[in-house]
Design a protein around this ligand. Structure first.
Ligand SMILES: *Cc1c(COP(=O)(O)O)cnc(C)c1O
Length: 427
């Protein structure tokens, strides 16, 4: 037998029947993997070309101090993101603490009292609720500053409701329309770049001055183009997700039209100073190296997600997306019947991690969540969800959301361990 399965049985205690299922399932995944490899190959070459064109050299990896005036590492990194995402400008900073922070910078940088902000992809990601001031207007939220908000729900097919979008844009002229590419931790499908392109065209046609922002978290490099190539004015995301390639230790990015990036940079630092300052006293190398590896790492994560979908579906679980469905983000969900099952799933995933494999995650009351949440994250970088991680809110329907994986083999082994914990046979 294959040495991989031999070791899996001997050292990881995986029963032979799960190895048989894995081999069968992987066979079925082969054409899907081939497609993912094609996307990767293109993106890898595109990223490499940007590095060549911008003449990246060792000097760009050097740390900087103080104000960071003329920090060539920072400048080149931002130029690379602009080049790869085909935008006029970008802010790429270790000082942007997270994806949420990047999105908040855009919203607070561009919206003023009396402006209307509209989400056209239904309820946005949890952490945006306090920023916007959905529900009770949180202190410092957009709502508390007098920015209005409306939400356009997705239609029955879980796609953007284009006729309603047209009507609202014509009637209300929102200052900003926000689209979330990833499914996030919800049941909906992720938006494809084509979907986003159609929505952008509709917004621009109905209200030319409206800015379109795409929350691009988890979406980068899952397709051969990005929302900014399809008409979005701005994209934002986290560097401890896809574009950090698993190596970036922290940070976030915003890329898009220069005039907008400038306004946002005044929010990042201060008016008059903008993006001209900002130092980083450690080496920028992991940001460059991570970006270079990102198409490869995203492909590993996607292959892991596809395998998970196929494997758990084979055992009779309902999964989303299906293994052969088109993907526009790296999240995979698996639905369980009971709380114990979802907890066992996350705990088993944790055991097959390079870091904290011995830790046993438990559900806890996370700030900002109405239900206890369990999180498996045996990651090098704290909270990095481009590394294999799984979360589940403990409430029905019991859905585990899994994403990331720097190497496919880890995801595969972890998923087999998680399936064995459930003790189910193939159907
Ligand atoms: C992760 C994520 C965010 C927030 O990013 P953090 O880095 O966790 O703050 C926002 N939107 C989506 C769709 C995400 O996946």
């Amino acid at each position: 037998m294959d040495r991989f399965y031999e070791l899996l049985q001997k050292e990881y205690g995986i029963a032979p029947k799960y190895c048989d299922i894995a081999q069968e399932v992987e066979q079925a995944c082969t054409p899907v993997f081939q497609q993912l490899e094609e996307t990767k190959a293109f993106n890898q070459l595109k990223v490499l070309q940007a590095f060549r064109k911008l003449r990246i050299a060792p000097a760009h990896f050097a740390p900087s101090y103080g104000y960071g005036y003329g920090d060539i590492g920072r400048e080149k990194l931002e130029a690379l993101f602009s080049e790869i995402f085909d935008t006029e400008a970008a802010l790429v900073r270790p000082a942007i603490a997270s994806g949420t922070h990047a999105l908040a910078l855009v919203l607070f940088g561009l919206l003023h009292r009396g402006d209307l902000c509209m989400s056209a992809s239904g309820r946005p990601y949890d952490t945006l609720e306090s920023i916007i001031g959905i529900g009770e207007p949180a202190e410092g939220s957009l709502a508390s500053l007098g920015v209005e908000y409306i939400q356009l729900e997705l239609n029955k097919e879980q796609r953007i409701d284009l006729p309603a979008l047209e009507r609202l844009c014509k009637g209300k002229k929102p200052a900003l329309v926000m689209l979330q590419r990833s499914r996030g931790y919800t049941d909906r499908a992720s938006l494809t770049v084509e979907d986003i392109g159609q929505a952008c065209a509709m917004v621009k046609q109905s209200s030319p001055k409206t800015v379109v922002l795409v929350d691009n978290c988890y979406g980068e490099f899952t397709d051969v183009w990005e929302p900014t190539e399809a008409g979005a004015d701005l994209i934002a995301g986290s560097l401890i997700k896809n574009p950090g390639g698993g190596l970036a230790p922290t940070g976030g990015y915003i890329a898009g039209r220069a005039e907008l990036i400038e306004k946002i940079s005044y929010r990042l630092t201060s008016p008059g100073i903008g993006g001209e300052v900002g130092s980083y006293a450690a080496s920028y190398m992991p940001f460059f190296q991570g970006l270079f590896l990102a198409p490869h790492v995203v492909c590993e994560a996607l292959k892991g997600a596809v395998f998970t979908a196929a494997f758990f579906n084979k055992l009779g679980y309902s999964v989303s997306p299906a293994f052969d469905e088109k993907r526009s983000c790296i999240i995979q969900s698996v639905r369980f019947e009971k709380a114990e099952e979802v907890i066992a799933f996350c705990q088993a995933i944790q055991t097959v991690s390079p870091v904290d494999s011995f830790a046993v995650p438990e559900p806890w009351d996370m700030p900002g969540y109405a239900h206890p949440v369990i999180m498996a994250a045996g990651t090098f970088v704290q909270g990095a969800s481009i590394e294999l991680s799984a979360d589940a809110p403990i409430r029905p329907p019991y859905i585990a959301y899994m994403q990331g994986g720097l190497v496919y083999e880890q995801v595969k082994a972890a998923v087999m361990a998680a399936a064995q914990r459930q003790g189910k046979d193939a159907v």
